[in-house]
Structures are given as C-alpha cells and as structure tokens.
Write a protein of this length. Structure first.
Length: 77
C-alpha cells in the first residue's frame, strides 16, 4: 500500500533507496553501548526518512559516502 502511494506521488526509486541507505547507516553507526533497536518490519518505518531525503539538498556524492560508510561498518562486524 505504501509503495503504491509513493509511486503515485512520483517518489523515485533513487529517493527510496537513498532513504534506506540513510536509515541503515544511522542504525549501524551508533554509539557503543546504545540500546538495541527493534526489528524493521515494514516500509512504514522508512516513511519519515523518505520525506527527509526528499527535502534534502545534497549531492549524490553524499549518498555514495554513506554507502561506503555502511559497507565498512558491515565488514568491521
């Protein structure tokens, strides 16, 4: 349902992907000892981040940088 709404609004797949990367990076790169976060169970979790990404005025390089940081965090585990 939410995916269809995003499609109808004209939200690009790139914006959704960037929101997923941003949210995942925030979840992965947290202070040591921070309380664990719950499991992501639906696309609705990302709705606020999708809206944030749509309002951001940053280059695509920023999201490449986040992908790189995310990849390094995953490899370090």
């Amino acid at each position: 349902m939410l995916a269809a709404q995003l499609y109808e609004r004209g939200v690009t797949l790139e914006a959704v992907e960037n929101a997923l990367v941003l949210a995942a990076t925030r979840r992965m790169i947290r202070p040591e000892g921070a309380a664990p976060l719950g499991t992501i169970r639906s696309l609705a979790y990302f709705s606020p981040v999708i809206e944030e990404v749509l309002q951001m005025q940053v280059s695509t390089e920023y999201f490449r940088y986040l992908r790189h940081k995310l990849q390094r965090a995953v490899l370090a585990q």
